[in-house]
Design a protein around this ligand. Structure first.
Ligand code: PPS
Length: 251
């Protein structure tokens, strides 16, 4: 969640051999699971035989203990893509979304994480807080890779690289999915001052993500809050790099 999932799935949808579900289906972790596989199938777009169907539900990752075995039981050859980002930036993004949702737009409240539950009264990080748990990638990833082997069925995308060099990151995903290479620079447009790319379909239609919710400017964190967060995630990050065999350089 908040690592670029929408940009990633919308970019992959530019590939002619990919179809994507419009919304976050949430089937494997929600009440709809009881409605069975036919319900899940009914949420998917129509696809041709040579097309891959992709859905994104960020919640699956944080609910791995339930989601991973259920997905595996549905189809053990499913391919899983995880997109990650500096956990501190991710937590801030997550908290800003929460602030927006509940109209707590007062920037100082967001900046200090006041009311977020991220910092306990003693100034320490609260590991149970949703924004922290969702950034603790190391605690979840093994639940996936034991069922979906790394490299062949589990691929990790760098959210930072997707923003800076989308085509290279997308080409890696194409290879992982066994797709012919199709997405090129012509499918990506960097817009004016915005740091984020827009997607351009093969017939030239441009689509950018809504700047009010994707790619919003983050407030500068209060230095001691940022230092506390960085210190907290350091070990988890190192462990995650070892688990997936990739150093994301967040520390
Ligand atoms: N092309 C493009 N346009 C806009 N935004 C982009 C893009 N690529 C990546 N990002 C980053 O995506 C972040 C939002 O992540 P998600 O789409 O995963 O959010 S969500 O979980 O679906 O709510 C969003 O986070 P914030 O910067 O915190 O708003 C962006 O950093």
């Amino acid at each position: 969640m908040k690592c670029g999932t929408r940009a990633l799935i919308n970019s992959l949808a530019l590939h002619p051999d990919v179809v994507t579900a419009e919304h976050e289906v949430g089937y494997f972790v929600g009440r709809n699971y009881d409605r069975g596989l036919e319900w899940y199938r009914s949420q998917m777009p129509t696809s041709r035989q040579n097309q891959i169907t992709i859905e994104k539900t960020p919640n699956y990752f944080i609910k791995s203990a339930v989601a991973a075995p259920r997905i595996h039981a549905m189809n053990a050859s499913t391919k899983i893509i995880l997109i990650v980002r500096d956990p501190v930036a991710r937590a801030v993004s997550d908290w800003l979304q929460f602030c927006r949702k509940f109209n707590q737009t007062h920037i100082e409240t967001c900046r200090t994480f006041e009311g977020s539950g991220i910092l306990a009264a003693n100034g320490h990080i609260n590991p149970k807080c949703a924004q922290i748990r969702r950034s603790s990638y190391a605690l979840e990833v093994d639940k996936w890779t034991t069922l979906f082997p790394l490299h062949t069925q589990f691929h990790v995308v760098s959210g930072e690289k997707l923003v800076l060099d989308p085509v290279s990151e997308l080409k890696k995903v194409e290879s992982f999915l066994g797709l012919r290479q199709h997405i090129t620079e012509r499918n990506i447009a960097f817009e004016g001052k915005r740091r984020f790319f827009c997607m351009v379909s093969d017939d030239g239609e441009k689509r950018c993500l809504k700047p009010s919710s994707k790619g919003v400017k983050h407030p500068d964190l209060i230095p001691h809050v940022e230092a506390t967060l960085r210190a907290y995630f350091k070990q988890l990050n190192q462990r995650f790099y070892r688990q997936v065999g990739q150093d994301f350089g967040w520390d």
